[in-house]
Design a protein around this ligand. Structure first.
Ligand code: C2E
Ligand code: CA
Ligand code: CA
Length: 277
């Protein structure tokens, strides 16, 4: 687990600059790393993929959540310097998992809107993947709705290329952003991830329950599969399962942890089953 050390809104300019400087040296010192969280199939109970989630191993404050540093990393463009770390750790994790389970397991990575709208970054990313011999059919690229509200041309071309090479494309945090439903028909997403905000109240809020039900039906009508995020209770699991949801991700089936811990938790004998079906 990590510390949720949030940047206070009353920070002065000099304090923000100090954070930016700290982040710059953290990038140089290689203090950013990735934890992995399982995404489990509701059809067979098996591990479908692991999502790579960034952490900052701060020398004094311990392990910090993206909430503390992601905006600064993204706004300053420093995030591009971490992409090799991401691809190396994702690639190692995928190999270890696949070896342990004796079958291919995918890894999913988050791409910010800023990165997706940078043509040089997109071209470089494909080259880096090919150079690592990363099997693209074992890669899920997660983008958020704000990527779609910007100029679509570059992002669209990159996503289409990645898809042609076998990668799966997921629309992350569906429902909380600004995207219009027409984006669902503009781009052939493979997966839609329903935000935790909607899942957490499916038992107490009829509107949230209706919304989750409708999103699952809508995504399925477009031929897309659905991941329910932030599933923490058996009740939430039962609800999304009854609605025909395809995958779940959440503390009920696994918290984000370092690669070694995730691999150690999986029992090869059960083919990576994390859930009874
Ligand atoms: P996300 O992509 O929606 O990732 C899921 C977040 O939900 C993660 O938070 C995960 O730890 C948390 N989560 C998963 N299951 C549960 C649950 O059952 N209960 C609760 N309370 N939380 C759960 P995390 O790791 O703090 O990441 C926050 C966000 O930061 C991510 O949200 C993603 O938008 C962003 N992020 C993380 N890593 C990266 C990265 O490498 N690149 C980019 N661009 N964004 C990243
Ligand atoms: Ca995500
Ligand atoms: Ca999400």
């Amino acid at each position: 687990m990590y510390l949720n050390w949030v940047v206070p809104s009353y920070w002065t300019t000099s304090e923000s600059l100090q954070l930016e400087n700290e982040i710059r040296s953290a990038v140089e010192n290689g203090e950013f790393l990735f934890h992995f969280q399982p995404v489990v199939s509701l059809w067979n109970g098996e591990l479908y993929c692991c999502e790579a989630l960034m952490r900052w191993q701060h020398p004094e404050k311990g392990l910090l959540a993206p909430e503390v540093f992601l905006d600064v990393l993204d706004d300053t463009g420093l995030i591009t310097s971490i992409i090799d770390t991401l691809l190396d750790q994702a690639s190692n994790h995928r190999e270890k998992l696949s070896k342990k389970l004796g079958r291919d397991v995918a890894v999913s990575v988050n791409l910010s809107a800023r990165l997706m709208n940078d043509p040089a970054f997109c071209r470089g990313l494909l080259k880096r993947l090919v150079a690592r011999e990363f099997p693209l059919e074992s890669l899920v690229l997660e983008i958020t709705e704000d990527t779609l509200t910007r100029e679509l041309a570059e992002a669209n071309e990159f996503l289409q290329q990645a898809k042609n090479l076998g990668a799966k494309i997921a629309l992350d945090d569906f429902g909380v952003g600004q995207a219009s439903l027409s984006h669902l028909r503009q781009f052939p997403f493979d997966l839609v991830k329903i935000d935790r905000d909607f899942i957490s109240n499916v038992h107490s809020d009829a509107n949230d329950a209706n919304l989750v039900r409708a999103i699952i039906q809508l995504a399925h009508a477009f031929g897309m599969q659905v991941v329910a995020e932030g599933v923490e209770t058996e009740q939430q699991l039962a609800f999304v399962r009854a609605q025909g949801c395809d995958y779940i991700q959440g503390y009920l089936v696994g918290v984000p942890a370092d690669s070694g811990q995730v691999v150690a938790c999986l029992s090869a004998g059960r083919n990576g089953s994390l859930l009874a079906t």
